[in-house]
Design a protein. Sequence first.
Length: 111
Amino acid sequence: MTEYSVKRPLKRPPVHPGEILREDVLKNLNLSVSEAARRLGISRQQLHRILACKHPISTEMALRIGKFAGNGPGLWLRMQQAYDLWHAEHRMMDELSKIETVEQEASHRQN
């Protein structure tokens, strides 16, 4: 599977990894939520929350999905991280704009 780097900042939010799992992986495999949950070793409800983009992909879930899909956990964690980071940046935009960036020179003088 080819990976693509994402240039930031994005104007629109990254896709939740649950949507990728739902629309690309499970549809292509023609698997029901119940069957996929059974194969992943989790409850149907837990998988449904991820597929509905209401629950994040944890490290443990990334390991399960990466093994299941054959593409490793890193891809799933990076997708979740990009999704979380985009939403946090937009939620904190006003607060972050008030924080001054420390200049490199000033930082070296203190050491």
